[in-house]
Design a protein around this ligand. Sequence first.
Ligand code: SF4
Length: 358
Amino acid sequence: MLIYIENQAKDLDQTKKTLDKFESAKIIYIDNYKNLFDKELPSWANNNSFIIAKLNSSAITDAPNWYWHNDKTSYFFKTSLNCVFDCSYCFLKWAFKNDIPVYFVNYDDIRKQIEEKVKNINLEQEKIENKKNDYELNLKTDVKYKDKIWFYSSDYSDILGMDNISGFLKNFVPFFEKINSPFHSVRTWENFTSSMMEIRTKSANIKSILDLWFIPKNTEFAFSLNPQDLIDKYEFWTSSLDDRIKSINILLEKGYNVWLRFLPLLPVKNYKEIYWQFIEEIKSKIDMDKVSSTFVSWLLYTKSDYNNILKKYPKLDILYRLKEEDWVFIREKREMRDYFYELFRSLDKKCFICLDKK
Ligand code: SF4
């Protein structure tokens, strides 16, 4: 194991905790993670190595309006780059110059940024409430902060799959339980804007969830699922479907908030049969009444992303079963999407469909 550590990160708590776990690792100190991360390296050069760094820029970015909760107050936040899994269709294939994982471990700074964001939103909400009689202002903003604020944690990596190194859960799940307290005293429960975190994963390793020793109210664990044949073919190194289902059932049994994410639904040749059997399997193995929500999404790319992945993986068969359906996205054909709607709505009538008009 080879660990690169930025000089500015070497004294951080999480760096020391990580090094305790890899006592025999070779350590190389570096000035700036970008000196490595921004270089094209053959993938063998990254094997068995990772970078520990400090994030000096903003960890938070706005989620697009259409993203899952339809709230205007949804954000992605990053604490790592690159993934320990290797899904053939993933945007990480072309997003960065190499695939060496980077862990940003200045968690105090990142938590402060989140607190600041929530504080500003609450203050803005406060202003809106104080100006209830201002007709014009209400017209513009009255629905803006009614719902929860969502923070999506796994935009650039699989957070749960990497928790053994990052210690992310211990550092962020308890934090999200407490984050609203400074504002709680000035609000009634009804108009109180609470903050939620989603952890989306293809890992079945729930040890770090169970090790928290409490059931969080403000974190949702979202398991991304696909049929086993497709996991074998396109989602390398991720946990098997059976293992993910076992973990889901343990969490459901204990009362955790569990979501099921069926994404991306893949345009394989015999998709009708494969996904029909898959749904039957899910129905028979998971108590759907206990699942908080379900969500489906397509394999879809913007045109420039599609050209990027095509350049990198010209032999990836599923790319050739997508079609330009509108001016924004390359995605599955209407007929296929309609079939998936019917199927997944038979599993859950309220199943959320991402980025489509149904
Ligand atoms: S688990 Fe998610 S982030 Fe990781 S390679 Fe697969 S799609 Fe990409």
